[in-house]
Design a protein around this ligand. Structure first.
Ligand SMILES: Nc1nc(=O)c(N)c(NC[C@H](O)[C@H](O)[C@H](O)COP(=O)(O)O)[nH]1
Ligand SMILES: [Zn+2]
Length: 190
């Protein structure tokens, strides 16, 4: 339900807050949730940007941690079985291009579905579109749809999500900022 989606996006946002601010990426949080029991969804894994060693993304960390927690089950396609009915929550739309050239998270999400079309990550819920700071015109949603992965954009927390995501970016004076010297001299309330 919408309320559940917002609840898990808020959980993902609390994960994003753990990420060290950097000007070269966004601070993102991710939560993997199983809806095997629709009335009692279960958190399977969480991740945040740079949580794991290297230049890692939040979704990448949540998926890798899930894989590493089940070392003898032969990889995510076998771990994320269709019975688990997995939804991946991420504060920011998953990437489909990374300036570093590392594997985009959309590819990592699609790769969890090898073989069993009902398995792997079945749905992605995100709380904000990727700002055009690094890459423009994200193809992520089209790629997910083409791969049979449902997705849903829930904008309820978008402003908070973007503020956290861009914490490490230099704060340019926003073009619309009211500069006191341009205020009317009358000082009368506008
Ligand atoms: N969904 C998402 N989760 C993240 O954890 C993260 N950091 C980004 N960020 C997207 C942004 O487009 C890339 O961070 C830049 O393109 C730089 O690429 P690298 O991150 O250095 O590979 N996006
Ligand atoms: Zn990514």
């Amino acid at each position: 339900s919408h309320g559940q989606h917002v609840e898990y996006l808020r959980h993902a946002l609390s994960e994003a807050q753990k990420s060290p601010p950097k000007p070269t990426n966004f601070r993102v949080g991710c939560v993997l949730v199983s809806y095997r029991k629709p009335q009692e969804p279960q958190i399977l894994s969480t991740g945040y940007t740079l949580e794991l060693e290297g230049n890692t993304h939040a979704e990448q960390c949540a998926l890798t941690k899930m894989d590493e927690a089940h070392p003898r089950e032969g990889g995510l396609p076998n771990i994320l079985t269709q019975g688990l009915k997995v939804t991946l929550y991420t504060t920011l739309e998953p990437c489909s291009k990374r300036l570093s050239g590392n594997t985009p998270c959309v590819q990592r999400i699609i790769d969890t579905r090898q073989g069993d079309p009902e398995g792997g990550v079945r749905k992605v819920v995100f709380g904000a579109k990727e700002p055009n700071t690094f890459v423009q015109d994200s193809q992520s949603c089209r790629l997910l749809t083409e791969a049979g992965v449902e997705w849903e954009y829930i904008p309820d927390l978008e402003q908070e999500i973007l503020a956290v995501a861009m914490e490490g970016h230099d704060k340019k004076e926003s073009s619309g900022a009211i500069n006191p010297s341009t205020e009317s001299s009358s000082g009368a309330p506008a």
